[in-house]
Design a protein. Structure first.
Length: 108
């Protein structure tokens, strides 16, 4: 069994969960915040049998489309005054997934 930790945009999380549960996957979701944009995202934990891992990944991939967004980074404290950094283009919306081996799955 694998534990998939999928970090997805908050906008996409509902549809990802709908599709995952319809496909029979079990999931746990927590509201999280990205360290870079400081915007809400969702972290979905999926305990998945090894042979179902590709299907789980495809289900997340089908919903989470990568797109670009302009953001103004937080002001820096470098230099004499408060420097406003130039807006930068970042890529958002795609899913990020970590896969971990599960030693044991216990249901009580
Ligand atoms: P955030 O940290 O808010 O990052 C949002 C997007 O900003 C990232 O999208 C990436 O395109 C860009 N970005 C992040 N850090 C950057 C940096 N130091 N310089 C330039 N651009 C940067 P994704 O890569 O799709 O990541 C989406 C969210 O997934 C991230 O939100 C973070 O919460 C999580 N994440 C991504 N990689 C991670 C990792 N290696 N470890 C833990 N969490 C990760
Ligand atoms: P349990 O299987 O006891 O699961 C309780 C909670 O534990 C789940 O809440 C979920 O948050 C987490 N969980 C269980 N197995 C997991 C796994 N493999 N990966 C990640 N998280 C896991 P809910 O999702 O709200 O489910 C409540 C109960 O509804 C479940 O109790 C189960 O009896 C049933 N259920 C959940 N998903 C189902 C599905 N796709 N088809 C049929 N029944 C489902």
């Amino acid at each position: 069994m694998k534990l998939i930790m999928a970090i997805v945009s908050s906008d996409d999380s509902r549809e990802v969960l709908d599709r995952l549960t319809k496909a029979g996957f079990r999931a746990t979701v927590i509201s999280t915040t990205g360290g870079f944009l400081r915007e809400g995202n969702a972290t979905i934990f999926l305990g998945v049998e090894d042979e179902k891992v590709p299907q789980a990944i495809e289900t997340v991939r089908a919903v989470c489309r990568r797109r670009t967004q302009w953001v103004s980074p937080l002001p820096t404290l470098e230099g004499p005054g408060l420097e406003m950094a130039e807006p930068i283009e970042v890529s958002v919306g795609g899913g990020v997934m970590f896969l971990m081996n599960v030693e044991q799955f216990v249901q009580v």
